[in-house]
Design a protein around this ligand. Structure first.
Ligand code: ZN
Ligand code: ZN
Length: 148
């Protein structure tokens, strides 16, 4: 889809801008890591990105990949997805969206919903603090897992 391609190109630009802002040098390795994270909607963990980049750059170290994730996370262009698995997973989609999570395979799919964006926050919450974002996570079994 043309829209998805544009969205991924935009993510890559966002990463580059964040790195420039942080004053880090734009190495070939770093650009390849950025490209890999920006091009997937899988909400990957660090290791799976490392495995993919390693196919093109066999000399890359896991540490470089970890540090690059850290850089993007500090710049708030990558967010940690809260999941029930032990490995931290990351989301490069900075647009307001929600998740459908498969409880069998752990696949995380993005969806957009104006209704969920406008969800009413219960009154009692105001006593706990100020709500800044609302994020909805739906859990279920994805079509791939259902057809097995
Ligand atoms: Zn599944
Ligand atoms: Zn997402």
């Amino acid at each position: 889809m043309a829209y998805e391609k544009a969205q991924k190109a935009h993510r890559l630009e966002t990463f580059m801008a964040a790195a420039r802002e942080a004053g880090v040098k734009m190495t070939h390795q770093r650009v390849e890591i950025f490209r890999e994270i920006a091009s997937t909607d899988e909400h990957p963990d660090v290791d799976s990105i490392y495995q993919r980049v390693r196919k093109r750059i066999p000399t890359i170290s896991p540490d470089t990949v970890y540090r690059t994730f850290g850089l993007l996370e500090r710049a708030k262009v990558l967010t940690k997805v809260s999941l029930f698995s032990d490995k931290a997973r990351y989301d490069a989609n900075t647009e307001k969206h929600h998740h459908f999570v498969c409880i069998k395979c752990g696949k995380v799919q993005d969806f957009y919903s104006d209704d969920y964006n406008r969800v009413n926050v219960p009154d009692e919450i105001s006593g706990w603090g100020k709500v800044e974002t609302v994020y909805v996570e739906l859990r279920g079994v994805c079509t791939d897992c259902r057809s097995v």
